[in-house]
Ligand binder design. Structure first.
Ligand code: AMP
Ligand code: MN
Ligand code: MN
Ligand code: MN
Length: 280
């Protein structure tokens, strides 16, 4: 019996809010037994060419990806695009639009933290960002850990940077229709990232899945580091009920910062069709 290839279809490099360069990320994935890796930096494709070269050297399969920030109702969603054409003009322009609001937002986030008694956050966060156009909450989280305000990056979001907490600033990202359309226009598949993380009730989730399906959404992440085992089962049944393919990704951001390392994904619950079903 041949072993099943190991897929990890969601992770981040220094091009967005990861701590490893695209090359180091691919090397780590290969050394951990990943056979097929997608790099999905937030709202950016600038790491894909380097990652693909590294994957060729390491002898693993590489998938061009991105993770788009979307505003839907009163929450932020993430839509992963897989097997996108990184040169698609509409996608490139769409991502530029999404990124363009980040700097102003970061200044407002820093003002909010200053009001809570934490000065210097803009400069502090910027020091962690290789790409200042992509200043994200993760970079602010690293600044808060560095200053001793919180012990670990993954704990930061319980006390800061989320709705109602210091450092949170509402922002209008892309629409669900635009994000899905840009991904499809680039020949890719649109995947709802880490659905268990969204603060919506059951009817809100059903409305989201219905709308995503109507817009041609292809898949949902059933397996992600954001899900408990029970959530993986829950989203497996949603995938079956709504007719979505199933995706899996660690959402790895770097050593010591993530709940799950590259490739550490369990098998899918039975009955699902993987997002790679028709890849060849
Ligand atoms: P931004 O796109 O600037 O809003 O930053 C979002 C990023 O912050 C996500 O991609 C995660 O890396 C991180 N993040 C947000 N919420 C959480 C959370 N609850 N736990 C861990 N990381 C989070
Ligand atoms: Mn991130
Ligand atoms: Mn995400
Ligand atoms: Mn992610």
């Amino acid at each position: 019996m041949t072993a099943q290839p190991r897929y990890d279809l969601h992770c981040h490099s220094t091009v967005s809010d990861g701590t490893l360069t695209p090359t180091a990320l691919v090397e780590r994935a290969a050394s951990r037994g990943v056979d097929v890796l997608a790099l999905t930096d937030h709202d950016e494709i600038a790491g894909l060419a380097e990652a693909r070269r590294a994957a060729d050297v390491a002898g693993i399969e590489f998938v061009d990806g991105t993770e788009l920030s979307v505003s839907w109702r009163d929450i932020t969603l993430h839509i992963v695009g897989l097997r996108i054409d990184p040169h698609s003009p509409a996608l490139v322009e769409g991502m530029r639009q999404i990124r363009s609001g980040r700097l102003d937002r970061a200044r407002l986030m820093a003002e909010s933290l200053a009001r809570a008694g934490i000065p210097g956050a803009f400069e502090g966060a910027a020091r962690f960002a290789a790409n200042v156009e992509l200043l994200s909450r993760t970079h602010f989280a690293r600044f808060l850990v560095e200053g001793g305000h919180v012990k670990e990056v993954r704990e930061v979001f319980k006390r800061y940077l989320t709705p109602g907490k210091p450092g949170y600033v509402e922002h209008a990202w892309a629409s669900l229709a635009d994000a899905t359309g840009w991904i499809h226009g680039a020949g890719g598949q649109a995947v709802l990232a880490h659905p268990g993380r969204y603060k919506v009730n059951r009817s809100g989730m059903q409305a989201l899945l219905t709308e995503f399906k109507e817009r041609g959404g292809d898949a949902i992440e059933v397996l992600t580091s954001s899900h408990t085992h029970a959530q993986s089962e829950e989203y497996a049944s949603y995938a079956l009920r709504y007719g979505f393919l199933a995706s899996c990704g660690s959402d790895y951001h770097g050593p010591g910062e993530s709940w799950m390392d590259l490739g550490d994904l369990p098998p899918f619950p039975p009955g699902l069709h993987p997002v790679w079903r028709d890849w060849r």
